[in-house]
Every structure is written in C-alpha cells, then in structure tokens.
Write a protein that binds this ligand. Structure first.
Ligand code: PLP
Length: 457
C-alpha cells in the first residue's frame, strides 16, 4: 500500500470520491474524516483520535475490528485460489462449504443459497427470483411486491424502491409498472395511536390484507420486511405481527421475504431472528453485513426447498437459470464468512449478546429523563431513540434544526460514534462490547442530549 499525507487523501476524497448519502451543501467545505485504523470496538482517525464505534461500521462489524483470524483466512484463500468463475458447473471450496453451513444454521428448509455482493443485490436477486418463480408456476401476473414505509432495503434500483424511507426518494425516480407498494411501518411508538399492542397488530394485519385484496391476490407476489426495522429507526413490531403477516401471505399464495441484513449473525442474540424471536420461517431469507462482519462484501439470498423446487426446473427445453454475478460465491468473501461464523461459535458470541444486550436496553432507558427524548426502544444490540420537540403530540424537530446531528456531533467530540437519522438516533455496536462499553455509549449520549436540549429548545 502506498503512503499518503493526510492533506493529499483529504483532497483526493473531496474532489473524486462520491460518497453514499453525501450532503453536497457542505461536503466540499467540510470534506471527510479519514478513518485509518480499527481494533476491537474502536476506530482511529487520521489525527490519531480514538472513538468507541457505537454503530459497528454500519451495522456490520459484528465480531469487532482488526481480527487477525479473518485476515489470515482471507490471505490464505487469496494465496491458494483468489478467484475462478462460479457459472454453470464450476465451484470453489469456501462457497460450497459456506452454503452448507448456512443451510444448517438457518431454520426450516432454507437450504439453497444464491450469493451476491451485499444487501441491495441480495434483495434485487430475491425479487427477480420471486418473479421467475411465479412465471415457472404459470402465474405471470403475480408480480407486485408489498413493502413497508420506513423499511430500508438498499440502493440498487429495485432495492431503493422497496425502501420506504421518504427522504431517500427525493429527486430519484420510482421504478415503473406499478410494481412496488408500501403499507404502514409497524411503529408501536407513533403508529399505535392509543391502541393496545393487540389492537395495533390487528390494524396492521388488516391493512395488509385489504391492500392485497385491493391490488388483487392474483397480482401480488411477495411481502418483504425486516424483523426489526434498522435504518427506519429501530422499530419493533407488536408481538405476533410477523407470523400473522406471514399467515396472510400463505392465504394469498404469496412469498414472505425476511430481510435480515441487520438482524442476523448475533445482533439480536440469535443467528437469525425470524424464527427464534418472531415465530415464523420465511420463504426467502436475505443476509449481508454481519455474514462477513464487514471484512469483505457478500450477500446471500436463501431459498426454501419449496421455492428452490420450482426455480430449479428448466424453464424451457435446454433452458438454464440465467442469473448470476461474476462474484457470486467469491471464494475470498466466503472464506471471510466461514471464519466469522467460526469466531462467533468459538467465542460464544450469541450468549454474550444475550447477556450485554438487555443491559444496553435497560441502561438506555435513563435517557427518557430528557424532555426531548420521546422513546427509547430496541432489542439486544439494536437501540433506537426518538427526539421530539413535544412529548405529548410526539412531534419531531423541524429538519432544519438537524436534531440528531447535533447529538451526533457532541457524542463524537466525546469519543463515541452513534448514527443520526433525522430525529432518530440508532446504536448498533460490535457484538463484542462489554457492559462498561454499553454504559459509556449511553452516558455520552446522555450528556449530548442534555447539551442538545439547550441548543434545540
Ligand atoms: N437491507 C437492510 C435491512 C439494510 O439495513 C441494508 C443496508 O443498510 C440493506 C438491505 C442494503 O445493504 P447494502 O448496503 O449492503 O447493499
């Protein structure tokens, strides 16, 4: 690797790197913070400042930064065989073994893995496969997908349209053909409107069923949902919601796609949360991020036996399944995933999360002492905080006050990284953090919210 001066990197970045979610209003003037080192739960920037990484990179560095074991697995795979194409009937060792490992870890008959390069491509692949599946079944009109407001599913064209976060849509086009429809988020803080959780759940399930009937069950192919919405603000659905939504899917011959890009690989104290925590086995399971702990890009779309049985029939005489990426089942990424899984097993990481996760959730409740905190919620190592200007009507601050950014800036000054999203703050640390690290994150947030209360009110 060549060495560069801080200023040269800063300028190269400012002039040439188009960042995801860049704020072009001030990017040129402010430039970027350059992260140069990372170890355990900490990151270091180019000025030598150290931060507790409260967001695990971006919900992904589950086993922590700087793992030599993963570096070794990756380098030895590169030295042995860094790439050969997976098309047709050739394969590589890590891709085959990882597919078997995923099949054995996942619940039910989720036994068949289609690899891609991240969460967006895994979701795109799922929608393409769903369409192909219904074509194979002789139901070519069954194509519409129902997603949810505030859901996040990625940034490729289809995944961005599955996403239901309004702010991600401004200036971009919707995909054509009336393909994707959104129903309400399961938001027990704002959506409940004084209803009990049971009544709210009834309302959501009923809304979903009415939407299917309105679109025509013969036209609706699938529902996609995160078990707990991540980027939407860590929204936890009322009890029974996911399994009831899945029952509705079955009633109308639709497939349920669980986007577990964030919620899998230990973040909720389970390998996967759909069955373990929410009581149902999806027809299609989407994985990325934690699958390699962010060391190398990888996505996976995992199909049940029933879906696979249909798509694995030739679509015509001499037909082949003409779908795949150059990097489907990349051996280096799959080697990183296998080592990630081994580390999680060796270090009993699920048990650790079951121990520290509830502590983070309980300790964070103290943030409710602030007038501008409307809600503190989550599960295990997904924490969400809603900032409000008025607790009674739950109104947020106007976008121009950048409420969560104000909190973020103060946390950063004090050495902790959290993620601001509008009026919401999310925390999703590496799974290896200690109870003391949990308390540090919350204490720094507590101070930052106090300071923000002065600025914002
Ligand atoms: N699905 C969920 C639930 C996500 O949180 C994300 C990214 O944050 C994605 C999909 C998209 O993944 P990627 O950014 O790897 O394409």
């Amino acid at each position: 690797m060549r060495n560069f001066e801080h200023a040269a990197v800063w300028e190269a970045d400012r002039d040439h790197f188009i960042h995801p979610y860049a704020d072009f209003a001030n990017f040129k003037a402010e430039g970027s913070q350059i992260i140069t080192e990372a170890n355990g739960v900490h990151i270091l920037d180019s000025t030598g400042r150290k931060y507790l990484d409260g967001i695990a990179g971006l919900w992904c560095v589950n086993v922590g930064h700087g793992r030599e074991e993963i570096a070794n697995a990756v380098s030895s795979q590169i030295m042995k065989m860094q790439y050969y194409n997976p098309f047709g009937h050739s394969t590589n060792v890590p891709a085959a073994i990882l597919a078997r490992e995923l099949a054995s870890l996942t619940p039910g008959t989720l036994n068949h893995v289609f690899y891609s390069t991240g969460g967006s491509t895994a979701n795109d692949a799922a929608i393409r496969i769903v369409h192909y599946y219904f074509n194979q079944l002789g139901k070519p009109n069954k194509k519409k997908i129902i997603s949810r407001i505030d859901g996040y599913h990625g940034a490729t064209y289809v995944a961005a349209n599955l996403t239901g976060i309004h702010a991600t849509k401004i200036g971009f086009d919707a995909i054509g053909r009336d393909l994707i429809h959104h129903v309400s988020a399961a938001d027990t803080y704002r959506g409940g409107d004084g209803r009990s959780d049971e009544e709210y759940c009834d309302f959501l399930v009923d809304e979903f069923e009415r939407r299917i009937l309105q679109l025509g069950p013969d036209n609706v192919a699938a529902f996609i949902a995160e078990p707990i919405m991540g980027a939407g603000g860590v929204l936890v659905a009322p009890q029974g919601y996911h399994s009831r939504m899945h029952q509705i899917c079955k009633k109308y011959d639709m497939l349920y796609i669980a986007d577990e890009v964030v919620t899998a690989f230990g973040r909720l104290g389970e390998w996967f949360s759909s069955e373990a925590l929410f009581g149902h086995v999806p027809d299609i399971l989407i994985l990325a991020k934690g699958i390699t702990s962010g060391y190398i890009p990888l996505g996976a779309t995992i199909l049940s036996d029933a879906v696979h049985d249909v798509i694995s029939q030739p679509q015509c005489v001499d037909g082949v399944f003409t779908m795949g990426f150059t990097y489907s089942g990349h051996p280096v990424a799959c080697a990183a995933a296998l080592e990630t899984i081994d580390i999680m097993k060796r270090e009993n990481m699920l048990d650790h999360v079951r121990n520290v996760g509830p502590h983070l959730q309980a300790y964070a409740k103290k943030l409710l002492r602030h007038e501008i905190v409307g809600d503190v919620r989550g599960s295990h190592l997904m924490l969400g905080i809603d900032l409000v200007s008025n607790r009674q009507n739950k109104e947020g601050f106007p976008a121009s006050s950048h409420a969560a950014d104000v909190v973020f800036a103060r946390c950063k000054e004090n050495g902790v990284i959290i993620r601001p999203i509008g009026n919401r703050i999310v925390v999703s640390p590496p799974l290896i953090l200690s109870k003391t690290d949990c308390e540090t994150i919350v204490d720094v947030l507590d101070d930052a919210i106090s300071a923000a209360t002065q600025t914002l009110q």
